[in-house]
Design a protein around this ligand. Structure first.
Ligand SMILES: Cc1cc2nc3c(=O)[nH]c(=O)nc-3n(C[C@H](O)[C@H](O)[C@H](O)COP(=O)(O)O)c2cc1C
Length: 304
């Protein structure tokens, strides 16, 4: 847990002033040739400690190690341009949504590691207002799955009725009509397979899940949670795990407070992602393709 104070060791400080220049909160000033923490209540982002060549800055209570157990932690910061770019891009392109898993469970320690890795993401005003719920056991995913199925059964019943779709369109826009046109048929089929054949087209047979929530009073809870989520997806791939975001479950949980309650998500938090995880049962030999984008390159200063 972060404490509220940054401590600067005057004996070690050489007065170079790098920390004063880098601090986003202007919380550090040079006093008599030494850095001093003059405005408590800063973001506690730790940039001052990271840039100090004399290692004079301490943020008490902040753990330096994540405490990962499924891999060795490297504690040296990687300087810009000093990492393996091609490897990184290949990792990003090789992460695919996994829709076929082995029955093998994911060790709880690996899931806890993924959460810790998630927290290395940036967050608005360093609020770190995310929270994570781990479901390490397949049976518990099925409990969540049954609640999600219940939500879509009700939604499909409503969406199947043209009068309800028309009334909804008149009062609150065409989202029900949109759902009917785009998802109704495939959801009906998936529900039938779930009910009659025990086929899991929601979590695709994943054996574990991480739910990522954000505190509603954080400055950018959605962005924070989704950035942490992307870290988890990439790290999962690096750890030999498959993952898949389950937007259908997020949508259902957002609309059903009882589901959030069952998943221990308090009303003060919103759910942003459900990440299905497991040991992949498929091998991908080729990278992901993406549509070519043409960025809009602007030069407003030159009138273009
Ligand atoms: C917000 C979001 C929600 C998603 N929800 C689901 C889902 O409910 N079920 C599923 O199988 N895939 C889901 N996906 C995965 C996408 O279908 C997938 O990312 C996309 O097809 C690109 O494929 P790739 O992830 O393998 O590169 C979701 C992805 C995102 C970003």
């Amino acid at each position: 847990m972060l404490t509220e104070q940054v401590i600067i060791d005057r004996q070690k400080c050489t007065g170079c002033g790098v920390c004063t220049a880098i601090c986003p909160d202007r919380a550090i000033t040079l006093v008599d040739g030494r850095a001093e923490y003059t405005r408590p209540g800063c973001l506690l982002c730790g940039h001052c400690r990271a840039v100090c060549p004399a290692d004079a800055v301490v943020l008490p209570g902040e753990p330096l190690q994540l405490g990962l157990v499924s891999m060795t932690e490297k504690m040296e910061a990687v300087a810009p341009g000093k990492t393996n770019g091609p490897e990184l891009v290949a990792l990003m392109r090789s992460r695919r949504s996994c829709r076929k898993y082995r029955q093998q469970a994911v060790p709880l320690e690996a899931l806890v590691d993924l959460v810790k890795i998630g927290t290395t993401a940036p967050s608005g005003t360093n609020s770190q207002g995310w929270n994570f719920i781990i479901l390490p056991v397949r049976e518990d995913l099925l409990v969540l799955g049954e609640m999600v199925a219940g939500y879509y059964r009700r939604l499909n019943r409503l969406a199947a009725n043209p009068l309800v779709r028309w009334l909804a369109k008149c009062t609150s826009g065409d989202s029900l009509g949109l759902y009917y046109r785009n998802y109704f048929a495939s959801v009906a089929e998936a529900l039938r397979e779930w009910d009659e054949e025990g086929k899991d087209r929601l979590f695709h047979g994943a054996t574990a899940a991480i739910l990522v929530t954000g505190r509603k009073d954080a400055s950018c809870p959605a962005e924070d949670a989704l950035l942490a989520t992307q870290n988890i997806l990439l790290a999962a791939h690096a750890m030999g795990l498959g993952s898949c975001l389950i937007g259908f479950a997020v949508e259902a949980m957002r609309r059903m407070p009882a589901m959030k309650e069952k998943m221990a998500i308090p009303p003060s938090e919103e759910i942003y992602s459900v990440i299905a995880l497991g040991v992949p049962a498929v091998t991908y030999y080729r990278l992901a393709g993406r549509r070519v984008v043409t960025p809009r390159i602007l030069r407003p200063a030159s009138g273009k």
